[in-house]
Write a protein that binds this ligand. Structure first.
Ligand code: T5A
Length: 214
């Protein structure tokens, strides 16, 4: 019997957008349908990629991380995760639920850091190949609101310490991508949690209607 390929769902958004709560909602929804779910986070998700995560998040006062280095580290971590976790899971027929993926690099390094789009696109085609998300839920939040939620949790990491204008550019890029790509659904993450959860459930229902029959 042929195994049905799994599906790939990504949750995206600025810091404090509510990605962790969204992941919990989606995970419940999938498990209620007896689907096997593999959760990932980026950068990270394999032993090596987790080491790269530490490098990009830690505040290091001895050497400034060049924007291009940051970009390459994100894609290095992504190659590891795709090869060792995401692709094997999808071929087993599992569903992959990702806390950030490629859209983060396009928004943060492309929008926030203003790195060359052609450079990013070259990396994308090399690293991603044909593995693309079936659905991306982009949680849209005003950066000031998101950052204040993140700050309430404690110390800010290296990227969270950027100026507000960096996050304004990142959000602009997120919104620009979301407006042009059909498999990305934008959710207003400034709403109360219950309404955000409701919007997420509706998006899953409409996108994967009848998935168990296909
Ligand atoms: N990065 C990552 C890149 O630059 N390029 C890349 O390619 C990739 C993959 C990763 C960092 O790396 C950058 C982006 C990031 O800077 P991270 O820790 O994985 O770092 O990501 P963060 O966005 O920093 O994670 P956060 O935990 O801050 O964001 P979440 O998960 O969106 O926030 P969450 O769910 O923990 O919520 C934060 C707080 O807000 C509350 C929650 O209860 C929580 O206290 N909250 C709400 N409050 C009111 N109303 C709502 N609707 C709420 N939803 C959540």
């Amino acid at each position: 019997m042929m195994t049905k390929p799994g599906r790939f769902i990504v949750v995206e958004g600025l810091e404090g957008a509510g990605k962790s709560s969204a992941i919990a909602t989606i995970r419940r929804w999938l498990q209620q349908r007896q689907l096997t779910v593999v959760c990932t986070r980026e950068p990270g998700g394999t032993p090596l990629a987790e080491k790269l995560r530490t490098l990009v998040k830690q505040v290091d006062n001895t050497e400034i991380l060049a924007p291009q280095t940051e970009l390459l580290l994100m894609y290095a971590a992504r190659v590891q995760l795709l090869s060792n976790v995401i692709r094997p899971a999808l071929s087993r027929g599992d569903w992959v639920l990702a806390d950030r993926h490629d859209m983060s690099s396009r928004a943060y390094q492309g929008g926030g850091r203003q790195l060359d789009e052609q450079l990013i696109n070259n990396l994308r085609s090399t690293v991603l190949g044909n593995t693309r998300p079936d659905l991306t839920l982009y949680l849209d939040i005003d950066p000031a609101v998101g950052l204040s939620r993140a700050a309430a949790r404690g110390e800010l990491d290296r990227i969270e310490q950027e100026q507000l204008t960096f996050f304004v550019r990142t959000r602009q890029k997120y919104r620009q991508i979301a407006a042009t790509e059909p498999d990305i659904i934008t959710i207003d993450a400034s709403q109360p949690l219950a309404q955000v959860q409701q919007a997420i459930t509706e998006a899953l229902q409409s996108h994967f209607a009848g998935h168990s029959d296909d």
